[in-house]
Design a protein around this ligand. Sequence first.
Ligand code: EPZ
Length: 414
Amino acid sequence: MEKFIVRGEVQLCGNVRVSGAKNATLPIMAATLLCSGISVIHDVPYLRDIQAMQDILTLLGAKICRQDHTMLIDTSNVCKAEIPEHLMREMRASVFLMGPLLGRFRKVRLSYPGGCAIGPRPINLHIKALEKIGAIVDESYGFIVAEAAELTGGEVNFDFPSVGATENAMMAAALAKGTTIIRNAAREPEIVDLQVVLNKMGAKISGAGTDTIRIDGVSRLFPAEHTVMSDRIEAGTFLMAGVITRGDIVVENIIPEYLFSVTDKLQDIGAQITAGSDYIRVKAGELRGVDIKTLPYPGFPTDLQAPMLSVVTIAKGTSIITETIFENRFKHVDELTRMGAKIKVEGRTAIIRGVQKLTGAIVAAPDLRAGSALVLAALAAEGTSEIEQVYHIERGYENIDKKLHALGANIIKV
Ligand code: EPZ
């Protein structure tokens, strides 16, 4: 199993360009199933989760090829609407295939997406949305079968602004007869990117980015070409790497507005933030503790809770971080404690007492974002750290070791 070896206490300096967004690419890849023909997606990152989605689409009959960061997806021969259990378990995002397969084939069979390290991953909101536009859903023997003689527009009111359920509803409703209104929709930028692609394919969707999305169904959709938005979570992670190492980093290829809740908290911690139209610069200062609560967009993103927690382990004073989105998203805490952090977890709240410094240790990445938190801690720690199970980290960060090395980090993968 590969691991990172990191020698800490190096200030990171320089420019880094973030890759295309994993969480925009995955639903967009699924959306290509709504039509027949060759779609072209640019700025697709090389990530394990993207490969997993590629494997599923290929198994369904799609032909996919990659030329550098461009992906061509030919869905002309897609004829299956059943996803095998082992692939469903491999990646939660396979649930995004429900909407497109139901929209195109009026039937889909898949097993429950496995839970994952950050907590149970129910899909009740996904199912509720599909039922509201005419699907009959049977859940038995660990499988879900959704079918509809016809999809008809309806009113979808979410109890919680679920990102995936919003995206599934948009994709299924795009080919329904009539108008669908989604209320309490998730507002993440990745949903706006999906709306752009679906409208390029011929859909009639408006309102993405707000809490109400309108979809006027059409009879057919067509292949499209699109450049994926950049990854705001990767960008935030690199900003935090600059802060925790007391460096000076320019993160390029990012829309600053997407990270306002994050840069605001970094300023509260004591970092200096400047920004242009497509970059954010961070210069570290004396770090002081802050209180953070994760929320749906535009609140502080749950995907940056773990790396931010690493940053506050060496900030003066006490910080309180509350995780409101997922049940079990503090798996980085035990590993950070091995590096000398002082953290107490009570339910969904972590109380962090800042320490002078962390010390290098042998740690293991328990999941994607917890893994990124350990990388940041190792960059700041005195001495050498070994981070095992880096495959978790490579699910969501393209060449993170090479990008950090280019900023001066002493990191190698072995
Ligand atoms: C997306 O997951 C992202 N993944 C996650 O990023 C991200 O953390 C999450 O949105 C929140 O921003 C992708 O886009 C591929 P949700 P998703 O549905 O759609 C509950 C990463 O690290 N819920 O908004 O699964 C659920 O249990 C990943 O890149 C229901 O109860 O998130 C959770 O507590 C991790 N019923 C909360 O809502 C449902 O039917 C948020 O889930 C669906 C969700």
